[in-house]
Write a protein that binds this ligand. Structure first.
Ligand SMILES: [Zn+2]
Length: 113
């Protein structure tokens, strides 16, 4: 299960920060997940809760902000939000576009005690 390994990665990163003594308890982990990252937020939350149960991260909440897909048209320079994975410039109808946002999966910030 893809999401479970991502959950473990997140836990490893946060655990490493705790080891450094920056904080003792994590209330929430805020994530930014792009619509193209292929991560299912529900499955990730489930995997995270299962993997943190009975650990010092138990009870920490995952707060997932979904990032929409944005692209830049190479033909006319127009930047636009991609709806329903249609990679077509709404201004000049070109399909020669660069994805500028939506592939990320990162920890935005932590809420700690
Ligand atoms: Zn264009």
């Amino acid at each position: 299960m893809h999401e479970l390994s991502i959950a473990r990665e997140i836990i490893a990163i946060v655990d490493a920060e705790m080891e450094k003594g920056h904080f003792d308890r994590v209330k929430a982990i805020h994530l930014r997940i792009g619509a193209l990252s292929g991560v299912d937020p529900e499955a990730l939350t489930f995997g995270f809760e299962a993997a943190t149960m009975d650990t010092r991260l138990g009870g920490a909440k995952l707060v997932i902000q979904q990032v929409p897909v944005r692209a830049n048209c190479r033909a006319c320079g127009h930047e636009f939000t991609v709806e329903d994975l249609v990679f077509l410039c709404p201004q000049c109808q070109s399909i020669d576009v660069d994805v500028t946002q939506g592939q990320e999966m990162l920890i935005d910030h932590l809420v700690v005690d």
